[in-house]
Design a protein around this ligand. Structure first.
Ligand SMILES: [Zn+2]
Length: 144
């Protein structure tokens, strides 16, 4: 199945918004920041989010820009929040559109966000494990 077919299936059968389906398929289900596979785990999938690299609050015009929309796990998105990548040294003297339209530069900016916010797959994995443990314990208490 190719990328277009996968996107169409998600839109038709799972009623995903086309731009959301595109992000999931093109990222192969992985968080752009830490690289964790969000479709490897129900909890991670259910809590995964569509993030705007350049936050919507500040960059309203870029809300629908396909290169501004990325897949993020809840852990990374929670730490990144409304962080503005233009505050990074790598963005100095550059325009937002220039970063989004240059794949190499965009990847360097994502890497700088990763470092700035200490986003890593091992940390996400630890949080997911803790969430599972918490759930099991809460369930055991409630259900006796
Ligand atoms: Zn992540």
């Amino acid at each position: 199945m190719d990328t277009i077919e996968k996107i169409n299936l998600l839109v038709q059968k799972k009623l995903m918004v086309p731009s959301t389906a595109k992000v999931y398929v093109e990222s192969n289900g992985k968080c752009v920041y830490c690289g964790i596979d969000v479709v490897s785990d129900r909890y991670l999938y259910a809590t995964s989010e569509i993030d705007h690299l350049f936050p919507r609050a500040r960059y309203k015009d870029l809300e629908e820009h396909p290169k501004n929309i990325v897949l993020a796990c809840y852990c990374c998105n929670g730490k990144k929040q409304k962080f503005d990548p233009m505050k990074l040294p790598i963005a100095s003297g550059k325009k937002v559109e220039e970063i989004l339209n240059d794949d190499q530069l965009r990847e360097k900016v994502i890497d700088a966000i990763r470092k700035e916010k200490s986003l890593s797959e091992s940390e996400t994995n630890n949080k997911v494990k803790k969430s599972h443990t918490d759930f099991d314990q809460v369930k055991a208490i409630i259900k006796g």
